[in-house]
Design a protein around this ligand. Structure first.
Ligand code: B3K
Ligand code: ZN
Length: 871
């Protein structure tokens, strides 16, 4: 954005107006050439209502070749073409409009619209990428049926688009073509085209309605053995959605294409998903348990969009959470059913407590339904997605599983084939069950993290126990005034022996849920014979911060007696965090109290607990989590204190940890819950051992060679790197030797080095820019190295000489012209300057100012940097 040009302006939800025209059918003829692709787009356009306004189409980076209405070329005064729009002046109410444009996929490094990914053509149209392919009403409430003809050199073996293939053939000029028709009306953001040479994996699935669906997975040549897990996960997703929600697939073919150049995880284009290869390709020696988990989750997520997103879509982009929050909820439920519900829950809670709380406390704070947007791509956030899912989860809690299902059924019955709003969704939930969600709806419009302050008292004479709950949502950067939210607060009470009390005839009679709806409320529990200890926010029943004046012994009591995994985990996390903060504030080594040491020992010795949960409970909170608790003053002292705590625990329980570690043996690698849990605990214990002098006896190089899987190898690398063990460089070069030809796997190698605690980290990261595997045009590489560095290497990023901030800013400036969407994402840690000390604040703002003064600042960065500086 040249400073002389207009500054980007915000769109507002309040300004929504229905489309003045609608487009019924779209007929595309696309002749693919790397530098000059020709797109002929013939549309049936219908005026909506009585007006005489022009037809306004969006367009970006397009060269207009010709324009016709009903077969007649328009004269100059009959249309107007600007940088970003095409206006057609006509009095006709129904007409056929043909627009021919030229585009340049080869030069398209933004990876929006049509681009080349390592020699294959592919598209990304959400949110507003279709306007880079042809002129169109690029908004989700214009639904059309699409017919697409693709023509390309025969080297592009597969020519794919949405729907069913209706024609194909050879052409005289060494080219071939294919024609596709999608019978389901859809918004243009769901359009997709792929042309390339791939390995194809095929399978089929018969739906509960008896439809036989061909499943096709396209991967880079030579990678078919890495695609099998994703294909199996797809079949599991299809079966799960039938069982849980009664939803069947609705076309005869479902295609998934894995590409290497992709801005995010994957895209749910109708019948033709395009995936970042990171979320498709896996084999034990190259992928970790986490990779397998993510593949299943993302495959599920995109598949579930077919109903929540595609069949029922969004009226406008402010409603993004309508499809994303709901679909994340669905994929989380799917993952929970496929593996351990409790472990999945803890992992999702951690995302909310670290990343989402940080977003709500920072310059980009927004409600799950934002009301103002400059660049839509900036709003594919943890708030819209993950907090959005928590909001759906709370509705599920308020309605119960049966009520929720009734609500979903009504939602589809009412809105199938429509573009609707979050209000429509909530209304369906309410109408189906009679549950009043009027106050609850505030979660859609109010940003910020509510804080609950809970105290209690006990009247021994009457046998009455009371919980006093205050709620307060601090002002956020986008909103000052906050109203009370409807918060489902799930509680349990424990007697001193550790037994759970029956509270079914109290205010918490529905599954232990208290309805917190006011700024201050008191809840009574009767017939309580002695003062109980409360367990609060069971299963993280709402995305809030919750405090109660527990003493350490009470926390330890909850760690061992609470039934709820979240409560156990949260209590242990609090014991850890307090210890770290005490050490940080007094600049001393952390003191591991007997209470903490015993709690650790008891959890590790607990034979009833799932090993994956033990690993979650015992892991000391990450710096990103501690930073969110906002008690620290000096980030480097905080890091030292945290590391010191790991070492302290490691020393105290040295023999126990070592012997448990030695006992954890798996056979040949299998991605199965039992083995995953074992490996997770092993990695957790390895970290404690590595923090002590016991590291000397680890023989990591031998263990690394002996292991048959990436999960273990990577945990060894991570430990060796973090604790600067003598094996670190050897392991890194062994890894490089094995994988240097495989960029996707090398991302792990990049990330390990991005996390280097060495003094020389920044120099070493800069040197990696020259490594053959690194490239600024591939988002996965940039995220693996720079994204990881800025978001997770707190030590080097916050170097007091400012070199960490400079490094990030240099990369962001480069990415501003290559790929602004990625630039606006990796810059996040710099925009959150406000929580650091003054000296660092000044250095961070200096870099932000350097960025905001760029001559060609993209609007993605314009929005986030200006908001950050305005704090
Ligand atoms: N709907 C896409 C995200 C598109 C992001 C555009 N910047 C993937 C998903 O959430 O399923
Ligand atoms: Zn999604």
């Amino acid at each position: 954005m040249a400073k002389t040009e207009q500054t980007p302006s915000a769109k507002r939800l309040a300004d929504y107006t229905p489309p003045a025209f609608t487009i019924k059918t779209v007929n595309l003829n696309i002749i693919l050439e790397p530098a000059e692709t020709l797109v002929t787009n013939t549309m049936k356009v219908v005026r909506v209502g009585e007006h005489s306004g022009a037809l306004e189409l969006d367009g970006e980076s397009l060269t207009l070749e010709s324009i016709q209405v009903n077969g007649r070329a328009l004269a100059a005064q009959e249309f107007n073409c600007s940088e970003s729009s095409l206006s057609v002046f006509t009095e006709l109410n129904e007409f056929e409009l043909t627009v021919v444009t030229k585009i340049n996929p080869e030069k398209n490094t933004s990876l929006e619209g049509l681009y080349l990914s390592d020699g294959a053509y592919c598209t990304q149209c959400e949110a507003e990428g279709f306007r880079r392919i042809t002129y169109f009403m690029d908004r989700p409430d214009v639904l059309a049926t699409y017919t697409t003809r693709i023509e390309a050199d025969k080297g592009f073996t597969y020519l794919l688009s949405n729907g069913n293939k209706v024609g194909q053939g050879e052409l005289s000029n060494g080219k071939h073509f294919a024609e596709w028709h999608d019978p389901h009306p859809k918004p243009c953001y769901l359009f997709a085209l792929v042309a390339g040479d791939f390995d194809l994996l095929e399978d089929s699935y018969t739906t509960a309605e008896g439809r036989n669906v061909a499943l096709q997975l396209f991967v880079d040549r030579g990678n078919s053995h890495r695609g099998e897990f994703a294909l199996e996960a797809l079949k599991r997703s299809m079966a799960w959605d039938e069982q849980r929600f009664g939803l069947c697939y609705d076309l005869d073919i479902y295609m998934v294409v894995a590409v290497d150049f992709f801005n995010m995880g994957a895209m749910e284009n109708k019948g033709l998903n395009v995936f970042n290869s990171k979320y498709v390709l896996a084999e034990p020696k190259s992928a970790t348990d986490t990779d397998y988990h993510n593949i299943e989750a993302v495959i599920g997520h995109e598949y579930f969009h077919n109903w929540t997103g595609n069949r029922v879509t969004c009226r406008d982009w402010f409603q993004l959470s309508l499809k994303e929050g709901l679909t994340v909820f669905r994929d989380q439920e799917f993952s929970a059913d496929m593996g351990s519900a409790a472990v999945n829950r803890l992992q999702n809670v951690r995302i909310i407590q670290t990343q989402q709380f940080a977003e709500d406390a920072g310059p980009m704070a927004h409600p799950i339904r934002p009301s103002e947007v400059i660049e839509m791509n900036n709003f594919y956030t943890v708030t819209v997605y993950n907090k959005g899912s928590e909001v759906i989860r709370m509705i599920h809690t308020l309605l119960g599983e049966q009520g929720f299902r009734k609500g979903m059924d009504l939602y589809f019955q009412r809105h199938d084939g429509q573009a609707v709003t979050c209000d429509d969704f909530v209304l369906a939930m309410q109408d189906a069950t009679g549950v009043d969600l009027s106050q609850f709806k505030r979660w859609y419009s109010q940003s910020g993290t509510p804080e609950l302050y809970i105290t209690d008292d006990y009247d021994a004479g009457k046998g009455v126990y009371r919980l006093h709950v205050k709620q307060h949502t601090p002002a956020t950067s986008d909103q000052r005034e906050k109203l009370p939210q409807h918060i489902p607060l799930k509680v349990a009470l424990y007697d001193p022996e550790g037994s759970e009390l029956d509270i079914s005839n109290s205010a918490a009679k529905e599954n232990g849920v208290l309805h917190v709806t006011e700024f201050e409320q008191t809840f009574e529990f009767e017939s309580i014979s002695q003062k109980p200890l409360p367990a609060l926010l069971l299963n993280f029943s709402a995305p809030v911060r919750c405090s109660y004046p527990y003493i350490d012994d009470q926390r330890a009591f909850l760690v061992s007696h609470a039934k709820d995994a979240f409560v156990k985990w949260d209590a242990m996390q609090a014991l850890y965090a307090d210890t770290v903060f005490k050490a940080e504030q007094s600049s001393t080594k952390p003191v591991v109290s007997e209470t903490l040491a015993n709690a650790f020992r008891d959890v590790l010795n607990d034979k009833e607990l799932d090993k994956a949960i033990i690993a979650e409970i015992l892991a000391v909170p990450a710096i990103s989590t501690l930073v969110e608790k906002q008690h620290f003053t000096d980030i480097h002292a905080l890091i030292d204190a945290r590391d010191g705590l790991v070492t302290g625990i490691g020393e105290i329980h040295r023999d126990l940890i070592q012997s448990e570690y030695n006992n954890l043996q798996t056979g040949d690698y299998a991605y199965e819950a039992k083995d995953v849990a074992l490996r997770a605990l092993k990695a957790c214990l390895l970290n404690f051992i590595s923090a002590t002098s016991g590291a000397e006896n680890l023989n990591l190089v031998d263990s690394y060679n002996a292991s048959d899987n990436m999960t273990e190898k990577l945990s060894m690398l991570a430990a060796a790197n973090h604790w600067q063990l003598s094996e670190r460089d050897t392991l890194l070069s062994m890894f490089e030797k094995t994988w240097r030809q495989d960029a996707l796997v090398m991302d792990k190698w990049l990330s390990i080095q991005a996390l280097s605690p060495k003094e020389s980290a920044i120099q070493e990261i800069k040197a990696i820019f020259e490594h053959p595997v690194f490239s600024f045009t591939n988002p996965n590489r940039v995220r693996a190295l720079i994204g990881t560095f800025a978001a997770a290497n707190y030590r080097a990023f916050h170097n007091l000489d400012g070199t960490g901030y400079q490094l990030l800013a240099d990369v962001v400036i480069k990415m501003n012209s290559i790929n602004p969407q990625v630039a606006a994402r990796i810059i996040t840690p710099l925009t959150q300057w406000k929580r650091f000390d003054e000296k660092r604040q000044a250095l961070m703002k200096e870099e932000l100012t350097r960025i905001v003064n760029l001559d060609d600042l993209a609007k993605d960065l314009y929005e986030v940097v200006n908001k950050s500086l305005a704090q």
